[in-house]
Write a protein that binds this ligand. Sequence first.
Ligand SMILES: C[S@@+](CC[C@H](N)C(=O)[O-])C[C@H]1O[C@@H](n2cnc3c(N)ncnc32)[C@H](O)[C@@H]1O
Length: 365
Amino acid sequence: MAKNSNLRQAKAAKKDEFYTQYADIQKEVNAYIEYNPDVFRGKTILLPCDDPEWSNFTKFFAQNFEFFGLKKLISTSYAIESKNYKTDWQPTLFEIENPLYNADKSRLKGKIFTLDHDTNANGRIDINDLQWQYLEGDGDFRSEEVTKLRDEADIIITNPPFSLFREFVAWILEANKQFLIIGNQNNICYKEIFPLIKDNKIWLGRGFAGGAGHFVSIYEDIAVAGDHKPGMIRVSGVHWFTNLEHGRRHQPLQLMTMADNIRYSRHKEVNGKDYMKYVNYDAIEVPFSDSIPSDYEGEMGVPVTFMDKYCPEQFEIIGISLTLATTKPANLPKSQQGGPAFYLLDENGYKRLYPRIVIKKKQQP
Ligand SMILES: C[S@@+](CC[C@H](N)C(=O)[O-])C[C@H]1O[C@@H](n2cnc3c(N)ncnc32)[C@H](O)[C@@H]1O
């Protein structure tokens, strides 16, 4: 129950310290490599908002530097003094034992790690060739120096601070860069993000199994016992957002006709029932992505979780209820009031729905 709200709470409380597991990065990046083995070849990758001394992003891309054919890897961190959450933080031995170590800078400055050549002359470029120094500032992605690194990069990859997701996407797109970043299902509905998804300028990545991920975190895990992993926090509704191509988004959903859904659906909300029309918008309500009728030509409202299965060759996105619902029924009971939403009406009265994405079957040429 509470597990669903971890990320929402994180944002509200500006809890940004969630660290991504190596296996999750590997699984996601594999989807792009499978689709295009040269996706990273000759490219400069920037990993901002990271902690390069122990980040799995830095580790993963440094270890695969040659395999991916990278030109350059740049990774930057955010100074401990600037973070919202102060821990009894200590610099790592790696830093303390390095001649560059400076106790003041260590707390106040971000760091930059770069990898672009074989510094130790062992015949290969790998994690041992990373070079580092302190940044001039704290490593804020919005700073001039990190923005310059963005401009130098071809692709930006990270798990950015959840509290700054919109700003982070805007920062990437104003420079017209490719990217692969982690965000939350709610981000899909943001007024700054949804139009980009609708216009197929950005989309969801391959994703986390079951739409939930475990992150290394300093915060208390409130996941149900079965999902708990020591030292980690379970975050549900977590997604990768990207503008890099991958194969999964081109696989159409296998769907039944409306009649077959009504006859055979495994969902009690669909089986034996008619598809209902919204009271305040001309579309039918489809409560589950696997219940989309293959033979319906009109507009259909689907839950936001559909975006995970969206294939642009199969469906066109018309909009989202948050902007399409311009009217609402009169005299709504208090429990059904709120911001723009679609409504259904049955024998129990009006029912206000969670955000719906409105889609339409794509006309085949
Ligand atoms: C969700 S964590 C992910 C860390 C790392 N990328 C990973 O996945 O393992 C986001 C990090 O961004 C840092 N951060 C917060 N605000 C930032 C800002 N304005 N600029 C750069 N980094 C920031 C946070 O302190 C946090 O360490």
